[in-house]
Write a new protein. Structure first.
Lengths: 593, 394
């Protein structure tokens, strides 16, 4: 029966889809959902949220450990335990890996790409949905691709694997759609933290790149998941950073010139890298569909040739070569050659659609560039530079800031991986320069560019940085309505309105709250009550919201159908009015933007 | 009361559904716990197997690297040890071996950077300091080299630290000798000799270094100790003869050199090593033939003094032919002219004349050696005698 079903690739694909789409828990939450879980157990989601965050962290950590072992084992089995230039297997193994990856991608289409945009899309487009099949596909295909020497990294796939785990768990617990969306970044942080062995950087990256906004609502869970996954990862792989960091020093302020030069080079490299990837990926995707099976193999062949002809360091993750560069084991010309060739190899591997990440290649290029600049300066300006390792470490952050456009993560990543706050000044300087150069020459960040190529418009912090948010003070108007005290008589209030011909008045009540009364409402009260009645007695029970000038402008909008004007008070003295806002003023302010 | 009024009471159906929901959550949590445990066990098994595999690979590549180092192929060793480190990144011993291979492969910058980073994690490691000392020595940075040598002496060592420290001290001594810092080299060698066991090979090695450090007296003491052994090695006699001769202890030198020449291993040595010893022995004999030993009979001693005076005067006369030297040697000539006629009888009768004459002989040989070039024949013998006339019979 199964054999009959598997007659064609399409049948196999559908079979796999059905297999993985079956849940391991029955859809028992449907009934509860129909009755309204929030009514049956209003605090359930909140309580489960933190418990599940820990489970997500632990499971993500375990999967990332297995993922890294799988990559390493595949590398040993296919490329040998000590690959070096001149081995024929360096040419054909990545090509074969590309063929296998291309075939598997057909059955696991969700596993294409690095994983960052896919996670982001799950968050913003697919209600936090990442299928089990995608997780399995990402695990298998990425490990094959990276293990066989494609110039890609395991961090972004780890991020997606973690997000996938979170999504599956959240679905199985019948979480609300809103909660389901929030789970994906929690898992993403856990996966990335385990891959990087650097929880702070992972958390910041997820906030900067995946969520795209600062959200206090999920921060606690993200931290919990990231820490849990790192604890698991360290239990297996040890607490040492992923790189063997040499002595990192910053001795002389004159060195800042050298770091500034590194920042400039890093920014330019980031632009070249972004443009090369954007161009080639778009061109390759425009080719006929059947070529997509051949593209990973061709990329593998070309990457293999680079390795065969003396630069095997560019193959795979390249962590070992980063260590060597940090310890000053390469000459500066060789380092720059490695930086350029890694850029080429990664552009080929990634653009061909082979699943795998760009973190490791970015770090590799940055480290080579940094060590290259450091070595060059050490030769020609021996009194100016510190250790080559310092430059390599800063170089990694520089490319991270310039290429991935995550300036905050880039700084913390260097500090967390390097374990030394002594170089914070050079890191900030070089990263800022690289970031500004990259941003001015290549306004669209790389992940946003990929998303647009895929027909998606995803939010990002970079986008927010471009925006200038409006505040209430931007629509603030001088007081144009009369103010009366709550104890004053209705007749006095009517006289004040009549005198100013205002359409409303503000009533300050004895407890310090405010009420905005329309002229019609006042007329009604005057007709119904005696003229000497205090106006307080004519007010409805609700009160005006307390708003301050520095709050976002849209905070005022929800109150307008109810209130004609809203008084804006001083934060230091609530009795002091800064002015008022009206619906018209707000709309005009938005229209003028 | 108001608080309770906020919540709508659940219907019986809803209550049943809530119980089911709690049950389902409990089952789901239990399931996820089981899944986590199963996954943890699988990961552990995978990790254990992988770790073992890595250890095997690390050991294999480490052995390859060490073999390459033994075969003096440092480039191959670097590659092999790097591979070993890929599979055992925490192994400090492999890191040190890699750094040593880098140094051997004439890549001092890389090796120094590597050792410095290793030093960060093991600041008191003697082996790392020793390697850094060697690199600094190779880079002609004596202050840095000596500092690292000293820290290597004070540092920690795996295995027999006592032996390793002694080796470091001897290496430091060799380095100081190469830097011509003889006083410090002598001090280090004295310490090494004081702590060294009575191993003849080691003792002779130290004595040899003492000779190089221009400390023949201490070297002679060691050589003589070794020469007293029952089956004393040839090197002990040769060394004792050489150092005694250098110190002017000609009687001791002659005896040691004679024993060296009579040693059964002596004839097995190449001529280039035999000849200096034979020459030194011949010189010693001749010195003793010319030396006016106070124990000799008065006539014999007077005869030797008369002969030595004749030899020195002849040398002076030859030198005076050189106009440049003549001016400097004029005072000597005057002194010679002021001496009475040196007959055997006059010398026998006048012990003061004996001493004055021999003092003038020694002055003449020393002065002419400076102004007229290196003497030969008996003049050379007398010059040697002039350097330490009192030590001949010590």
């Amino acid at each position: 029966m199964i054999q009959q079903k598997l007659r064609s690739p399409f049948a196999v694909r559908n079979f796999i889809r059905r297999l993985f789409d079956r849940s391991f828990l029955a859809n028992g939450y449907k009934a509860a959902a129909s009755l309204g879980v929030s009514k049956l157990a209003p605090t359930r989601d909140e309580r489960l949220f933190l418990v599940l965050s820990i489970f997500i962290g632990v499971i993500s950590g375990l999967l990332v450990v297995s993922f890294n072992i799988a990559i390493e084992w595949i590398k040993i089995l296919t490329l040998g335990s000590a690959p070096h230039a001149g081995q024929y297997r360096l040419i054909f193994v990545p090509a074969l890996g590309g063929i296998v990856a291309a075939v598997l991608v057909y059955f696991f289409p969700g596993s294409r790409g690095s994983g960052v945009n896919q996670t982001k899309a799950a968050l913003y487009v697919y209600n936090g949905y990442i299928s089990f099949r995608t997780v399995i596909g990402k695990f298998i295909i990425s490990s094959i691709a990276i293990g066989t020497g494609h110039s890609l990294g395991p961090e972004d796939p780890s991020l997606q694997i973690g997000a996938g785990v979170a999504s599956i768990i959240a679905r199985k617990f019948g979480m609300s759609r809103q909660r389901l969306r929030v789970f994906a970044p929690i898992g993403a942080a856990a996966g990335l933290a385990a891959a990087f062995n650097a929880p702070i950087s992972a958390i910041l990256f997820v906030i900067e790149e995946v969520i795209g906004q600062w959200s206090a609502a999920v921060l606690g869970s993200i931290v919990l998941a990231a820490i849990s996954s790192v604890v698991v990862e360290r239990r297996f792989l040890g607490a040492a950073p992923i790189f063997s960091i040499p002595t990192v020093t910053f001795r002389n302020t004159r060195e800042l010139f050298a770091y500034a030069v590194l920042g400039i080079f890093g920014g330019l490299f980031a632009v070249v890298f972004s443009r090369a990837l954007g161009y080639l990926r778009m061109r390759l995707r425009a080719l006929p569909r059947w070529t997509q099976f051949a593209q990973p193999a061709t990329a593998g062949l070309l990457v293999g040739l680079i390795g065969y002809f003396g630069f095997y360091q560019v193959m795979g993750r390249g962590y070992g070569s980063i260590d060597q560069a940090m310890h000053g084991e390469f000459a500066w010309k060789f380092l720059l050659a490695l930086a350029v060739l890694k850029l080429v190899a990664t552009t080929l591997s990634y653009s061909s659609g082979t699943p795998g990440g760009m973190f490791a290649p970015t770090l590799f290029i940055g480290a080579m560039l940094g060590a290259g600049v450091g070595s060059f300066e050490k030769i020609f300006f021996p009194h100016l530079t510190g250790t080559v390792g310092s430059y390599a470490l800063v170089g990694m952050g520089v490319l991270f800031a310039g290429f991935l456009r995550v300036p905050l993560t880039s700084v913390f990543m260097v500090l967390e991986v390097g374990g030394n706050y002594g170089i914070i000044v050079p890191v900030i300087l070089a990263n800022t320069i690289a970031y500004l150069i990259a941003r001015s020459l290549q306004p669209v960040p790389i992940f946003e560019m990929f998303a647009r190529q895929d027909g998606l418009e995803l939010p990002s912090l970079e986008e927010q940085r471009e925006e200038t948010p409006l505040h209430i003070e931007d629509a603030l108007e001088p007081l144009s309505v009369p103010i009366v005290q709550g104890r004053e008589a209705i007749s006095a209030a009517s006289a004040a309105v009549a005198a100013t011909r205002a359409h409303a008045l503000l009533v300050q009540i004895h407890d310090g709250t405010w009420y905005a009364m329309t002229a019609d409402e006042l007329t009604g009260a005057a007709a119904a009550l005696a003229p000497e009645t205090p106006i307080e007695q004519a007010l409805k029970p609700d009160r005006l919201p307390t708003l301050f000038p520095d709050l976002p402008l849209d905070n005022a909008l929800p109150f307008f159908p109810r209130w004609p004007v809203i008084p804006i008070v001083n934060r230091a003295s609530r009795g002091t009015l800064e002015g008022i806002v009206t619906l018209n003023a707000i709309l005009k302010r938005y229209q003028s933007e | 009361m108001a608080v309770f009024e906020l919540r709508t009471p659940l219907s019986p159906e809803e209550r049943a559904e809530k119980r089911k929901l709690i049950l389902r959550d409990a089952v789901a949590l239990a399931t996820i716990l089981v899944v986590t445990i199963v996954l943890a066990v699988l990961t552990y098994l995978l990790f254990t197997s992988f770790t073992h595999h890595r250890e095997v690979l690390a050991q294999r590549w480490k052995a390859n690297g060490e073999r390459a180092m033994r075969l003096r192929k440092p480039a191959n060793a670097v590659q092999a040890l790097r591979s070993a480190l890929d599979y055992a990144p925490e192994r400090r011993d492999i890191e040190i071996e890699l750094a040593m291979a880098l140094a051997a492969d004439n890549r001092p910058l890389e090796a120094t950077a590597y050792f410095n980073s290793l030093l960060e994690t093991q600041p008191g490691n003697g082996l790392i300091h020793l390697q850094l000392a060697r690199l600094a020595a190779r880079d002609n940075k004596p202050a840095e080299a000596e500092e690292h040598y000293q820290r290597a002496l004070d540092g920690t060592w795996e295995g027999d630290g006592y032996v390793r420290r002694r080796e470091v001290r001897l290496e430091l001594s060799r380095y100081l000798i190469s830097q011509k810092d003889y006083p410090r080299a002598q001090a280090e060698l004295r310490t090494a000799a004081g702590n060294a066991p009575k191993d003849p090979g080691l003792q002779l090695h130290i004595a040899g270094l003492m000779e190089q450090a221009q400390d023949p007296a201490d070297a002679l003491a060691i050589y003589r100790d070794q020469a007293r052994l029952r089956s004393a090695p040839l090197e002990a006699f040769e060394g004792a003869g050489r150092t005694a001769y250098a110190l002017g202890h000609i009687t001791v030198a002659r005896e040691a050199l004679l024993r060296a020449i009579r040693h059964r291993g002596f004839s097995d040595q190449p001529d280039s090593e035999q000849n200096p010893i034979r020459q030194m022995f011949a010189n010693s004999n001749r010195i003793l033939d010319l030396y006016p030993d106070p124990d000799l009979t008065v006539r014999t001693r007077a005869g030797r003094i008369q002969y030595n005076a004749k030899t020195a005067r002849a040398r002076l006369t030859t030198c005076l032919a050189n106009p440049n030297a003549a001016v400097k040697l004029a005072p000597l000539q005057t002194q010679w002219q002021q001496l009475p006629r040196l007959t055997i009888g006059a010398l026998e009768r006048n012990p003061q004349l004996e001493q004055t004459t021999m003092a003038l002989v020694y002055s003449t040989e020393k002065q002419t050696a400076q102004d007229c070039g290196v003497p030969t024949g008996d003049d050379a013998i007398l010059l040697k005698l002039a350097q330490a006339p009192q030590a001949v019979q010590d």
